[in-house]
Ligand binder design. Structure first.
Ligand code: FAD
Ligand code: NAD
Length: 465
């Protein structure tokens, strides 16, 4: 096969890689992207999008079940709701299919050449790709490593059979009766809640003494309450030991030394993800590492000239929007623009019930950084729109410097609050002060009014609480 030469070669077409390639193509950079699976990476195929589809379907189903049980204050009645999970999965696959085809189309539109196969470095400028029709050698001036991440496996619970990762959970065609989830982080809680709403008896085992350790307990408390209401048992400070010898249960030991036998049809292991740093010829290069991740600088340059890295392979937070922002920046750098990482904050959203958003510093982080702060918190129970949506649980919290009122962080928990993350991020990125938030007219009736009210509260004169 004839060798390809190009200015930019991107390895991996997840959010980091495909955004990098599209932007480079738009800028007239001669670009090739290699992907061994489907365009869109983890995010579009087995991550963000499919999980949010299932979470939404489960939520709709749970609402209908509540209506059928007469637990609906609005007077809506329903009879015998049922779910055909195979159909739900087909609907979800339709969405991911449209999106991945869309990404391929966008790459083509930007003039990017797509090569399908596994890429392996031969040296710092050359990559060989195993394609269906043989080996394709590609020489490039610049190479971006965007190989992403994979689920962490526990030695006593290797994936296979009953033991599944998020990928397995997102392709089940029957609702399990009993699901044991190991890890109460992002995926464990998002999917654990979804299956509980589908009617599964869910038990979550978490090694630490709290759920979602990334967020403060004020933010996670409404989620803990919802888990309890759905009958999910959460075993904190508990170690998993493995499967019972008959394969019918997960064995665990609680913090107080009590042995637990958790009957389960499926065991979903969600104890984190690891960067994909093997399988693409790292041994042929001399790349510095930062722990288990590839070391990068503020321009996403690795320790080798002309080799960049973006996305999950470069570190925490392993989030799609961080990968995309890095990819876009690298494309511009390769095209000759002066860019470096200058973001003030990377929003984090957990799509639990209710949802949690955090942008910038929490009160504890601000105090630990030596800041004197003002905090304003406004509850959704005092927000008219939340009442009309029957979603009064939760609040918005604004953290600002006490001296000049510069907003340092914004957090919140509430149904549908993920959509407020844009306003929160914009405020921080633009250096807003409390007065800017309070002085912006927020449309009525919307949940976003709680944002302005939280700022007013920090200023000492909230209007509606
Ligand atoms: P990836 O998306 O992992 O893409 C890497 C690509 O590289 C893959 O397509 C892979 O096939 C390819 N590749 C690897 N090696 C080679 C090779 N040698 N040759 C060719 N191709 C190769 N993040 C959010 O921000 N919001 C969410 O709601 C969210 N939900 C998630 C839910 C789940 C269940 C999971 C698992 C993850 C979720 N994430 C979420 C995380 C998000 O998916 C990742 O942060 C994001 O996909 C990282 O993008 P990436 O481009 O770095 O890597
Ligand atoms: P996570 O890091 O969010 O949570 C893992 C949890 O497992 C932690 O609470 C940890 O204490 C616990 N744990 C670790 N080892 C354990 C053990 N042996 N026994 C019991 N508990 C154990 O990891 P995840 O849920 O697998 O998600 C991986 C990553 O994917 C996330 O960190 C995030 O970057 C990304 N993600 C993001 C979103 C989102 O943005 N909404 C959603 C899903 C995934």
């Amino acid at each position: 096969m004839k060798e390809i030469t190009c200015k930019l070669l991107v390895i991996g077409a997840g959010p980091g890689g495909y955004v990098c390639a599209i932007r480079a193509g738009q800028l007239g950079v001669d670009t090739v992207i290699v992907e061994m699976a489907k365009p869109g990476g983890t995010c579009l195929n087995i991550g963000c999008i499919p999980s949010k589809a299932i979470i939404h379907a489960a939520d709709d189903f749970a609402k209908t079940v509540a209506m059928a049980a007469g637990k609906n204050a609005m007077g809506i009645k329903a009879d015998n709701p049922a779910i055909d999970l195979a159909k739900t999965m087909a609907w979800k696959d339709g969405i991911t299919g449209r999106l991945t085809l869309g990404v391929a189309g966008l790459l083509k539109k930007a003039g990017v050449k797509i090569v399908v196969g596994r890429a392996k470095f031969r040296d710092g400028k050359t990559v060989a790709v195993e394609t269906e029709t043989g080996e394709q050698v590609i020489r490039a001036e610049n190479i971006v490593i965007a190989t992403g991440s994979a689920p962490v496996e526990l030695p006593m619970l290797p994936f296979g059979g009953k033991v599944i990762s998020s990928t397995g959970a997102l392709s089940l065609t029957e609702v399990p009766q009993k699901l044991a989830v190991v890890g109460a982080g992002y995926i464990g809680l998002e999917l654990g809640l979804a299956f509980a709403k589908l009617g599964t008896k869910v038990t979550i085992v978490e090694a630490l003494d709290r759920i979602l350790p990334l967020y403060d307990t004020q933010l996670t408390q409404p989620v803990a309450k919802r888990l309890a209401a759905l009958g999910v048992e959460v075993l904190l400070g508990t170690k998993v030991k493995g499967m019972s010898s008959n394969g019918e249960a997960l064995l665990a030991e609680t913090g107080s030394g009590e042995e637990r036998r958790i009957a389960a049809d499926r065991i979903l292991v969600t104890v984190g993800r690891k960067p994909v740093t093997e399988g693409w010829g790292r041994e042929e290069l001399e790349l510095d590492m930062d722990g288990r991740f590839l070391r990068i600088d503020e321009q996403c340059r690795t320790s080798m000239r002309g080799i960049y890295a973006v996305g999950d392979v470069t570190g925490e937070p392993m989030l799609a929007h961080r990968a995309m922002a890095q990819g876009e920046m690298v494309a511009e750098i390769v095209s000759g623009k002066r860019r470096s990482w200058d973001k003030r904050a990377i929003p984090a959203v957990c799509f639990t019930d209710p949802e949690i958003v955090s942008v910038g510093m929490s009160p504890d982080e601000a105090r630990a950084a030596g800041r004197e702060i003002k905090i304003g918190q406004f509850p959704f129970s005092a927000n008219g729109r939340a009442m009309t949506l029957s979603t009064e649980e939760g609040f918005v919290r604004v953290v600002a410097r006490a001296d000049n009122h510069l907003v340092l962080g914004i957090q919140g928990v509430g149904v549908g609050i993920s959509e407020l993350s844009a306003a929160f991020s914009l405020a921080i990125e633009m250096g807003a002060r409390l007065e800017d938030l309070a002085g912006t007219i927020h449309a009525h009736p919307t949940q976003s009014e709680a944002f302005a009210e939280a700022a007013l509260k920090a200023l000492g004169h909230a209007l509606h609480v």
